[in-house]
Design a protein around this ligand. Structure first.
Ligand code: C2E
Ligand code: CA
Ligand code: CA
Ligand code: CA
Length: 275
């Protein structure tokens, strides 16, 4: 912090206050977001690189507020995790994804799966597994169509209890992905609990020309394969990145090159056009 005599904090304090005022206002407005119909999901298609076909999508949350416009999930999800709202929002997300999966089944596309981001705060709820199983059973959708994406920070909270929960979810037939592996601090032994490894965009951005990123992506793909896991690279924006990943044996990709995240009607049209 730059010192400026007695008023050293003059230039910084108002900024910080503005920031926390916005956070507080957002957190308050978020309480009514479901009731006010301000939340929506978009679906980002995933492409199988070996068979060149659509395999499913990742559901991503959007919040459109009357005053602030579209608020990024990177900004409001941490707030919803702090005040616990993420639990009810998380169930709302899962119900919408189950509706989308049921629609895909009716359309004769039962081979497609949808990935949903599950916050650690929701996962640690004592009734998470039984509640999830009840909702999935009521929807008529097979558990295998739902892919649960957990970030590695999940492991930091309570490794033993989380590990046991992941084992129960796998036994119940859900696919479990580890999101952003390698960007945090979890141990490699933790990886073997998961069925899918999502390779973070930060490793993909320069995968075609940065030697270190190439080496990291190679190592992730080989390690995942040897552990019997599937790899999905995220944030693939160019054909060159796609080709590099295909050569390295990455199983699937997701990113603007294949498709942006799409609202439900556009996603339905994308599905109809892609076998
Ligand atoms: P994430 O799970 O790593 O999701 C990938 C992010 O990368 C998404 O940002 C997606 O829109 C963006 N993306 C995908 N392809 C490309 C690309 O080719 N180029 C670029 N530049 N970006 C790409 P988004 O939707 O803003 O979400 C940000 C983060 O917010 C997500 O990161 C996830 O951690 C969290 N999030 C989003 N939706 C949910 C949700 O429903 N529940 C929870 N708990 N977290 C969510
Ligand atoms: Ca994700
Ligand atoms: Ca990710
Ligand atoms: Ca990411």
């Amino acid at each position: 912090v730059k010192q400026d005599g007695r008023n050293g904090l003059r230039f910084y304090a108002p900024e910080m206050q503005k920031h926390s005022e916005r956070a507080l206002a957002l957190a308050t407005a978020l309480k009514n977001a479901i009731a006010n119909n301000e939340l929506a999901l978009v679906f980002q298609p995933q492409l199988d690189l070996q068979h060149h076909c659509l395999i499913g999508a990742e559901a991503l949350l959007r919040w459109r507020h009357a005053e602030w416009g579209v608020v990024s999930p990177a900004e409001f999800i941490p707030l919803a995790e702090q005040n616990g709202l993420i639990v009810s929002i998380g169930w709302w997300i899962i119900d919408r994804v189950l509706e989308q999966l049921a629609a895909l089944q009716r359309a004769g596309r039962a081979e497609l799966s949808i990935a949903v981001n599950v916050s650690a705060v929701q996962l640690v709820q004592p009734d998470f597994v039984t509640e999830l199983q009840a909702r999935v059973a009521a929807s008529g959708v097979p558990a295998g169509a739902l892919d649960l994406e957990l970030t590695e920070s999940v492991a930091m909270v309570n490794p033993e209890e989380t590990g046991e929960k992941i084992a129960r979810l796998s036994a119940a037939g859900f696919r479990i992905s580890i999101d952003d592996f390698g960007t945090g601090y979890s141990s490699m032994s933790y990886l073997k609990r998961f069925s899918v490894d999502k390779i973070d965009k930060s490793f993909i951005d320069e995968v075609t020309h940065n030697h270190e990123d190439k080496t990291i992506v190679n190592a992730i793909i080989h390690m995942a394969r040897n552990l019997g896991m599937t790899t999905i690279a995220e944030g693939v924006e160019t054909e060159e990145q796609r080709n590099t990943l295909q050569r390295k044996g990455c199983d699937a990709i997701q990113g603007y090159w294949y498709s942006r995240p799409l609202p439900p009607e556009e996603f339905a049209a994308f599905v109809a056009a892609h076998r």
